[in-house]
Design a binder for this molecule. Structure first.
Ligand SMILES: [Zn+2]
Length: 220
């Protein structure tokens, strides 16, 4: 596409990945002679024409080239197709930035817990992100890690003094494991928890106690 659009000079080294953006968006960043390209993972399995069109749109923008009408048209057809729209709506619901009330809850400060768990279990390697309590209590889910939004939200039901701190820390630890593996997925589903993930989970010191508490509370 670089050549086809008439971009001059030597092309950068392209490094292209799918990325779980909250919408059909793509980004392009030049760093030295490397071009870091992220294509919305809504385009996974898209027809070649649509992928070429997305590349063309990015390149035309960055290199200020005219985008051939044919490309604009095939991209539009793809973006407006029923399948893409349905997937986008589903993803919007799932990936929208979740409202939260901040890290400091009535009983526990998630920022403090994050920092401690990061130090104790991850050697401080995880980069800080937005963490907070859900606005409303959730029925089923304990927490969510969202890689696109760089956000962890924890079920407000756990922000109670009757809930031991190690339980909250365990739930935060679980979401941080997702952050560590950053599988590019957006929420906790059973399918995301590989046997390897489950083994890592058991490294949490109060794993058994925390699990028993959550089971008794009916939220495991
Ligand atoms: Zn999970």
């Amino acid at each position: 596409m670089f050549t086809r659009l008439g971009c001059q000079g030597r092309p950068p080294r392209f490094s292209v990945d799918f990325y779980p953006y909250a919408s059909l968006s793509h980004t392009f960043r030049l760093r030295g002679d490397e071009a870091l390209v992220r294509i919305s993972d809504l385009m996974r399995g898209a027809p070649l024409q649509a992928l070429e069109a997305a590349a063309g749109i990015l390149l035309a923008r960055v290199y200020r080239k005219h985008l051939p009408a044919g490309l604009a048209e095939s991209y539009r057809r793809f973006a407006e197709s029923g399948g893409v729209r349905r997937r986008m709506n589903r993803i919007r619901q799932r990936r929208g930035r979740r409202a939260h009330t901040g890290a400091q809850g009535g009983a526990y400060d998630l920022g403090e817990i994050f920092a401690r768990v990061n130090r104790d279990y991850f050697g401080g390697r995880l980069s800080p992100l937005e963490i907070g309590w859900s606005v409303r209590p959730w029925e089923r889910q304990l927490g969510v890690f969202d890689p696109g939004m760089r956000q962890i939200v924890i079920n407000e039901r756990l922000d109670r003094l009757e809930v031991p701190e190690y339980v909250v820390a365990f739930v935060v630890y679980h979401e941080m494991l997702h952050q560590g593996q950053d599988a590019g997925r957006s929420r906790c589903r059973m399918g995301l928890h590989s046997p390897q993930f489950r083994r890592a989970e058991k490294r949490f010191r109060e794993y058994e106690r925390a699990r028993r508490f959550l089971m008794r509370a009916g939220i495991w």
